[in-house]
Design a binder for this molecule. Sequence first.
Ligand SMILES: [Zn+2]
Length: 73
Amino acid sequence: MIKTYYIDYPQEHLEGQAHTYRCVYCKVVTTKINGSLQGHLPDCTYRLKLEHDGFERNQNPNSPSCSAADDFD
Ligand SMILES: [Zn+2]
């Protein structure tokens, strides 16, 4: 199952900025992340967890997916 919007990551309030929040792990502000997993840094704990869980499996070049069926030339 692939989600299209990622907003369930832990956030922290940015000191001194009333409506600004950022990811606890990669420190990217929510307005920049904009609900996208790619908005997080590549080494963000949250992003890595979701990618490990398979939500972005279609971007894994090592995925042994569906092309095996027509493997003749
Ligand atoms: Zn993050």
